[in-house]
Design a protein around this ligand. Structure first.
Ligand SMILES: Cc1cc2nc3c(=O)[nH]c(=O)nc-3n(C[C@H](O)[C@H](O)[C@H](O)COP(=O)(O)O)c2cc1C
Ligand SMILES: [Mn+2]
Length: 508
């Protein structure tokens, strides 16, 4: 059975020893962030084996403790609603969220569906039925009522300051909702999109809507504006649902593929959707809190700055405004939030899950890809390490171009391509072997293209240069006529003879 809602997930976390309750009053303005940072640093220190240097990304941040426990602040200052943070700040909790024993399990399930071939005979067709039935069971289901509408407030009763909304970092432009599911509809096809886009609080009933220009919400906005520049689009925002649904908002899936369908696949049960009170959209019935409203197509306001997952403040920029007309919620809701900042933070574990879950999809399109790694310090869009089985001259460059044209991987600033025998999750090995394999003038490939909005070094916002490093072995057919040396490895015979000698050497 999938988690009924966020609160059932919280109960599970508590049972597993993954959650700590904080009863004292803590201010969602800055103090919550500082508490989370301290626990995260502590957990990473504790995860480093004795005598080893702290080395933040590899072992320690993916490590068993992640960023310390999930935290339920029961008395956030200025609000009667408890606040949940760091709910997904470890690989273990990511697995609990998806109810799997390892993230590869999800990848395997996806692979199962991708492998489905056109059935040949009757027997084949019958064999496929269970899989197809399973597929059908992921579609979201409309329901008439939902817990998220136990309390309904409209018009003058709408007040966003009822919630313990964080101001994360000192220079932030204000308070920000950081873990929303933003629902919009493609004005042409009517298809739904859900994105996780931060929302700056401007006043009791207005927020910013920070959908970056390449994201699907922004595309809906543009398409609607083309038709009717003076119009508006309905937008609803769900905060705090069952974990798979909550996480689906950040998944880099193709436009017009319904995130709620994908959430149903992940939780192996359909997401129940309930119609909003004041607009035509649907939201997950199990949400803790729902904001209903609209975005005007002719209205923009300065948004930011915001301490972002680059570890720097993202600069001010113009973004649309979200007008909240109605708030619906459970009687006793819990406010789900997260904080981004210098890596690794909670979002690193979300990105790590994306890396693992979508690897089979990448491999399906590009079978030469053996594995990919996105170290925490690369904050997703700055660095991707790709191991390939090289088959023809120029193969590494082809893979770079593939990455730069693959969904949100298009943002990747630096792509490092290595041979299949490099362990790309061991960053020491990567640095060693990449540097050995390079003739920089020959092996660096520059390109121009779309950049992540958060890249503050790009020449202009959203557009700039990328670099690929071809760190594969070079072949004669690529113009490299020198011999390529073997990597040093002791032979098995010697290892065995030293195994026998070992005790007598008294060196342990
Ligand atoms: C914690 C967190 C905050 C995010 N904030 C934003 C944001 O403010 N704006 C944005 O465009 N993307 C943001 N993202 C990334 C998007 O959620 C992600 O690109 C997602 O795939 C967008 O959905 P879409 O492809 O349907 O547009 C955030 C991701 C996380 C994990
Ligand atoms: Mn989408």
């Amino acid at each position: 059975m999938a988690y009924r809602d966020l609160q059932e997930f919280i109960a599970r976390l508590e049972k597993e020893g993954e959650l700590r309750r904080v009863r004292s009053e803590v201010d969602p303005v800055l103090e919550v962030t500082e508490v989370v940072q301290r626990l995260g640093r502590e957990a990473r220190r504790a995860a480093i084996p004795q005598g080893q240097k702290p080395h933040s990304s590899a072992g320690s941040s993916v490590g068993p403790k992640g960023l310390g426990p999930a935290l339920l602040f029961e008395s956030p200052k200025g609000s009667r609603i408890p606040l949940l943070i760091n709910a997904f700040g470890s690989v273990r909790r990511m697995c609990l969220a998806f109810e799997v024993s390892g993230l590869d399990e999800i990848a395997e399930r996806i692979q199962g569906f991708l492998k489905m071939e056109t059935p040949q005979g009757l027997v084949d067709k019958i064999k496929m039925l269970p899989k197809l039935a399973e597929l059908g069971s992921f579609f979201p289901k409309s329901v008439r009522t939902g817990d998220c509408q136990e309390v309904v407030r409209k018009g003058k009763d709408v007040n966003l300051f009822d919630f313990p909304i964080l101001k994360c970092w000192p220079q932030d432009g204000g308070r920000f909702i950081t873990f929303p599911l933003v629902f919009t509809k493609n004005p042409e096809t009517g298809k739904r999109n859900v994105g996780m886009y931060r929302m700056q609080i401007y006043d009791m009933r207005t927020t910013g809507m920070h959908w970056q220009t390449q994201k699907h919400g922004a595309e809906h906005f543009r398409r609607a504006r083309e038709k009717n520049p003076e119009g508006r689009i309905p937008v609803s925002v769900a905060i705090g649902t069952d974990p798979a649904t909550a996480l689906s908002g950040m998944l880099p899936i193709p436009p017009d593929l319904d995130e709620m369908m994908f959430a149903g696949f992940l939780r192996r049960e359909p997401v129940e959707m309930v119609g909003c009170q004041t607009n035509e959209l649907e939201v997950p019935a199990n949400a803790e809190i729902v904001l209903e409203g609209y975005v005007n197509l002719n209205e923009m306001q300065t948004e930011g700055p915001f301490g972002d997952h680059t570890g720097f403040y993202s600069l001010e920029g113009d973004y649309p405004l979200f007008h909240v007309e109605c708030i619906t919620q459970k009687k006793d809701p819990i406010y789900l939030t997260t904080v981004v900042g210098p890596p690794p933070q909670e979002d690193f574990y979300m990105g790590h899950a994306v890396e693992r879950i979508f690897l089979p999809v990448m491999k399906m399109q590009y079978p030469e890809i053996v594995d990919v790694a996105m170290p925490a310090e690369g904050i997703f869009h700055n660095l991707m390490i790709v191991a390939i089985r090289k088959s023809y001259p120029g193969h590494a460059r082809k893979v770079m171009n593939a990455i730069w044209s693959l969904g949100q991987a298009m943002f990747t600033k630096v792509v490092v391509v290595v041979d299949h025998d490099v362990d790309i999750h061991d960053y020491s090995e990567v640095v060693w072997k990449v540097l050995c394999a390079l003739d920089p003038e020959r092996d660096v490939q520059f390109s121009l293209g779309p950049m992540d909005t958060l890249d503050h070094a790009a020449r202009v916002q959203d557009f700039g240069s990328k670099m690929g490093l071809d760190a594969t072995r070079k072949w004669a057919s690529e113009g490299f006529t020198r011999p390529w040396p073997d990597e040093i490895r002791m032979d098995e015979m010697t290892k065995k003879s030293v195994d026998k000698l070992w005790k007598n050497l008294s060196l342990d």
